[in-house]
Design a protein around this ligand. Structure first.
Ligand code: FUB
Length: 346
């Protein structure tokens, strides 16, 4: 549900009957990337604050400064805030806006992947390393070479290769990279350089990670998301085309690439046969939530699959003050996912 409709919402009844409740209430959290490491659940969210920035379509009001890791001993257990895991002041290359992060584990070390704007106002993606899943993390001196835009999601395949999926439109700047370098023209316009409705939609990117997970091992490639006829989704197909919030998970040997449609507020998914795709659009995972953004992750825990997501219900509809939640996901026999309604009784 976009922000302009929140005036009419009875938040008491919406919150009481929602599909799920906020995992933590003492801070605002968003963009939950959940992982199951060593029998425990770790959630890597954005830490939302009100920094006093006015709302705009470039997302200037998302002015986050640090990350906290939330952990749970089990899916029924308490959600524990483990304090500041990484602060922007400790990232040499980053100036502002720590947006949606992800994390992964390799050889006993934990890697936090995060986007932030550098001192030229360009989103890059950085890595920070820790011996503990909850940090504190030590940032690399520079962002990943060749990285751009936002919303990294790092997927570990069964053959131990790791892939980063990333990209986001409007304030996420993906549209400014179509010629292979940052286009700084019309800096105040979120929609400049977005293709016209009859052209293929902008696509997210994927790159295999180097063995140390600190750099890409290849030039990022664009992902293809196809419709039922095998054609690329068009830019005007805004209820299905990619906007931001990439995630990858595997189910019964198939690769599920999921994402947010941004201005139409759906979490959708597309299925493929390998980490690079192509992927065929297959449906909606989550209907629109309260707040402008929608963002998610999918995590398998003890033979069940959970969707971690956020909405702005805790702040009664303030777009940049969100709260993380989770709900169980169900697959049908044919591998399609049953759509979740975040407010089934409204
Ligand atoms: O949290 C800031 C941005 O909002 C994220 O990077 C997007 O995915 C959206 O959730």
């Amino acid at each position: 549900m976009p922000e302009d409709s929140v005036d009419h919402i009875d938040f008491e009844s919406l919150n009481n009957t929602a599909l799920s409740q906020p995992l933590v209430r003492h801070i605002f959290t968003a963009d939950p990337s959940a992982h199951y490491f060593d029998g425990k659940i770790y959630i890597y969210p954005s830490h939302d604050i009100d920094a006093g920035e006015a709302f705009d379509d470039l997302g200037s009001h998302f002015a986050m400064e640090d990350y906290h890791v939330i952990s749970m001993d089990s899916i029924e257990g308490d959600a524990i805030d483990n304090g500041v895991a990484l602060h922007i002041n400790d990232v040499p290359w980053a100036e502002r806006q720590m947006w949606a992060p992800d994390a992964n584990k390799k050889d006993g070390k934990y890697y936090l992947f995060f986007p932030a704007k550098d001192y030229n106002g360009i989103f890059r993606i950085g890595v920070a390393v820790s011996k503990s899943p909850v940090g504190p993390f030590k940032a690399q001196a520079n962002p990943i070479k060749g990285s751009f835009s936002i919303d990294p999601a790092v997927f570990k395949d069964e053959d131990d290769n790791y892939y980063m999926y990333f990209g986001g439109l409007w304030g996420g700047q993906l549209q400014r990279w179509q010629l292979g370098k940052f286009n700084a023209e019309q800096a105040e316009s979120p929609t400049a350089f977005i293709p016209s409705d009859d052209k293929p939609a902008l696509r997210p990117y994927v790159a295999k990670m180097r063995h140390d997970l600190l750099e890409f091992s290849e030039k990022p490639k664009e992902l293809q998301i196809l419709d039922e006829c095998g054609n690329l989704l068009l830019a005007g197909d805004n209820k299905r085309r990619f906007f931001e919030a990439s995630w990858m998970h595997k189910h019964n040997g198939k690769y599920y690439f999921s994402y947010s449609t941004g201005d139409t507020h759906y979490i959708c998914y597309a299925i493929g046969d390998n980490p690079y795709g192509p992927f065929t659009y297959s449906g909606i995972i989550l209907n629109p939530v309260v707040g402008w953004t929608s963002h998610h992750s999918v995590c398998k825990i003890d033979n069940k699959t959970y969707l971690f997501y956020h909405d702005s219900s805790l702040s009664k509809g303030i777009t940049h003050l969100r709260c993380i939640k989770f709900a169980e996901l169900e697959y049908r026999e044919d591998g399609t996912i049953v759509t979740l309604d975040p407010y089934p009784n409204i």
